[in-house]
Design a protein around this ligand. Structure first.
Ligand SMILES: [Zn+2]
Ligand SMILES: [Zn+2]
Length: 365
């Protein structure tokens, strides 16, 4: 039986280690085996490593992956959009798996909260066959029904640079809505923040302010068209950041504020940055980073609307890829890919992401 390598997280807070597992001998009808070309390291992977979500271990992390189809199961001959699919095609895929039948999938149309939702790179014990259900590996198995997308003209760096962050931002902004002419504040300059910036600008935002750091990330925010940036390493007090946002938005505060940080304390700061009748989107808290003190009076007095958005649906990934095809020149997501590591150094890659040293680290197995 042929074997292949994977970088496995044995448990929370433990170094990743290289293990070998047998490749599946048979590909089920509708399934696919993919040779991994590049796997993105998402901030969520750091949160998962810290144990902020109750996931099975050992696990192969990695939910942003591009690879080439090695073998297609019987009956799988088109991608999610209907384009013909062949062995050798370069593809990406939506990491979640939805049941399409439960209360949330059908009755309430909240498929991201599917009661049976699982996700590649998150929900599967890799000691169990088919083992290869995460991106930090030489191969990836795709179960029948996976939303696979042929990439054609899109470069691997572009797709991994945008990663799950772009789909998340599209979903979040779809829920919150941005009006033409809005002033939008984005808290956070990581991949989710930059994606939110790109989506907000194309959704009609006139003035955008990105708050984050370090400086190299804010430089990229400028490249993406941010009108103003506020460096948290220079403006260290929340009160001063709120003051700057108010000054930049005519004294009133922003129409919309998008949280893309994942630190609980920024939420109350963000409420203060909203104008009266404004809206706030909590987008960066995929991991549970704990509670924070906030004053509900502000929501009442300012008449704020607060939104949440969990991950994304396959259609958001389809929109994300279309977005990259149409706006890839304006928003050079490929430039996010800054650090490349071989599979053996996956743990180092994860640590680089944890320290915010990289724009984005990737594995090239
Ligand atoms: Zn992610
Ligand atoms: Zn469901």
């Amino acid at each position: 039986m042929e074997k292949a390598k994977a970088a496995v997280m044995p448990d929370f807070h433990r170094p990743l280690e290289i293990r070998q597992y047998p490749l599946p001998e048979e590909i089920e009808p509708g399934a696919a085996l993919v040779e991994v070309e590049m796997a993105g390291i998402c901030g969520t992977d750091v949160h998962l490593w810290k144990g902020q979500l109750p996931i099975p271990r050992p696990v192969i992390l990695g939910h942003e992956t591009v690879g080439r189809i090695v073998k297609l199961g019987e009956g799988l001959n088109a991608d999610w959009t209907g384009a013909p699919l062949r062995e050798g095609d370069r593809v990406g895929w939506y990491a979640g798996r939805l049941c399409g039948r439960c209360y949330y999938c059908v009755n309430k149309r909240q498929p991201t909260r599917c009661l049976k939702r699982t996700a590649y790179g998150i929900s599967y014990n890799c000691d169990l066959p088919p083992h290869f259900l995460g991106g930090y590996a030489e191969y990836h198995y795709l179960h029948p029904g996976s939303a696979i997308f042929k990439l054609d003209d899109l470069t691997t760096e572009t797709v991994i640079g945008a990663g799950c962050a772009l789909n998340t931002a599209i979903h979040g902004i779809e829920r919150m809505g941005i009006d033409w002419g809005d002033t939008v504040v984005i808290q956070g300059s990581g991949p989710v923040g930059l994606s939110a910036l790109a989506v907000a600008k194309t959704a009609g935002a006139f003035l955008t302010i990105v708050i984050g750091g370090p400086a190299h990330r804010l430089e990229l925010a400028k490249t993406f068209g941010a009108d103003h940036t506020i460096n948290i390493e220079e403006v260290t007090e929340a009160a001063d950041r709120i003051e700057q946002v108010k000054r930049l938005s005519g004294g009133y505060g922003a129409d919309a504020v998008i949280e893309c940080v994942g630190m609980p304390t920024v939420v109350s700061e963000g409420f203060e940055m909203c104008r009266d009748g404004g809206k706030y989107l909590v987008l960066g808290h995929y991991g549970d980073a704990g509670a924070t003190a906030l004053n509900p009076h502000i929501i009442t007095r300012k008449q704020l609307t607060v939104h949440g958005a969990w991950a994304s649906e396959p259609r958001h990934m389809a929109m994300g890829l279309e977005f990259l095809r149409k706006h890839g020149r304006r928003f050079p997501f490929a430039q996010l890919v800054s650090h490349r590591f071989p599979l053996d150094r996956a743990f180092e890659a994860l640590q680089t992401t944890a320290r915010w040293a990289a724009r984005k680290s990737v594995l090239v197995p």
